[in-house]
Write a protein that binds this ligand. Sequence first.
Ligand SMILES: Cc1cc2nc3c(=O)[nH]c(=O)nc-3n(C[C@H](O)[C@H](O)[C@H](O)COP(=O)(O)OP(=O)(O)OC[C@H]3O[C@@H](n4cnc5c(N)ncnc54)[C@H](O)[C@@H]3O)c2cc1C
Length: 373
Amino acid sequence: MRPRFSAALDTCRAGDRRFRIVSPGCICAAHVNRFVWPSHIHIIISRYDDFLFASASRFRYSRWQLVAFEPMSNKTEFRGELVRDIYAAKSATGQPVISFEFFPPKTPEGDHNLLEKTIPALMLAKPDYCSVTYGAGGSTREKTLMIVDRIQKQHGLTAVAHLTCVSATKEEIRALLEQIRALGVRNVLALRGDPPGGGAFTMTPGGFEYSNQLVEFIREFDHFSIGVAGFPEGHVACKAGKHVDWGYLKNKINAGADYVLTQLFFDNADFYEFRDYLREQGVTAPIVPGIVPILNANQIKRFTAMCGARIPVPLAAELDAIGDDEAAATEFGIEYATKQCEDLLSNGAPGIHFYTLNKAHSTVRVLKNLGLA
Ligand SMILES: Cc1cc2nc3c(=O)[nH]c(=O)nc-3n(C[C@H](O)[C@H](O)[C@H](O)COP(=O)(O)OP(=O)(O)OC[C@H]3O[C@@H](n4cnc5c(N)ncnc54)[C@H](O)[C@@H]3O)c2cc1C
């Protein structure tokens, strides 16, 4: 069985089966046959359970790095919908758009849990799309794309790739966008990002300073639906105040963004003030509240301190009373998020973007409470 590789060397066909790269660095030496590929590509290939392992000297990974392939499902041709079309279609029927945010796991076990357990459990709620974050400083660049690709092809769910300006030149971002397009991904969330390890953002020479410039650049591709971040309490670094920050958000929309996903917040009044201000300024794009069901009292205090979101006084008192009791925090989080979502949906929010923290239980329970799962 001689494998035939695609031009990008990320998929191959062996007999009547198709395979694609799962992750580099895996091989079972005991099951190796050796092939000599025409010209200078050497391939070691082996069947092990349902996986096909190969090594090639000309992979985009380092020389002779070992690469694992897995069989591709019959959803391999899946191309996501444009998120702007999803909001338009749901708005026409008066139904909310439900979306989930995930982060790329750090370990193969985390990948397995996300792709084989969490996402299948969440799929029962029939989400409209999901998004996958991009680690600080581009640290998860390949991983973000791998997860987005697998969600689309394995689960048939439209996925948005987050993308930031941190440590990247325009040409690097162009190459990344080409890669995203080649995977059949049609949606990106354009962000400035934060530097790894915190501190002030510094523009990479030859890169972008603000996300509106990134939006403009992506728009040139004429391929993607583009989302951007919005901050109902104002961005933490905008010392000129929230109205100035919201003005910059309007620049992103004018540059070509199709919709806004907000930072998490716990007081819906903040969201309404933000949304109404933007509407008065003529912004018509969907402004989608980002909601996190609290899982752990201390964790949410850390998150909010980092991103500048406010914990209202009554909520802080509840969290103090819950302390380290995770089960109580989870139940409380479900109840709080349900009330927030009920209120948002009955006051015209076009949908809810759930920060799932890569867990299904709380989000599914909230959706069930809302009669949406
Ligand atoms: C839904 C969502 C998803 C996110 N996903 C990720 C992720 O995957 N990876 C990641 O690293 N981070 C992520 N973040 C965090 C985000 O990258 C940071 O909050 C970052 O500091 C701001 O990004 P931005 O795109 O809003 O930047 P910008 O819109 O560029 O704004 C950055 C700062 O500059 C100011 N500003 C904007 N334009 C101008 C201008 N023309 N002149 C002067 N000041 C200006 C703004 O007020 C703000 O203070 C996410 C945030 C949200 C809400």
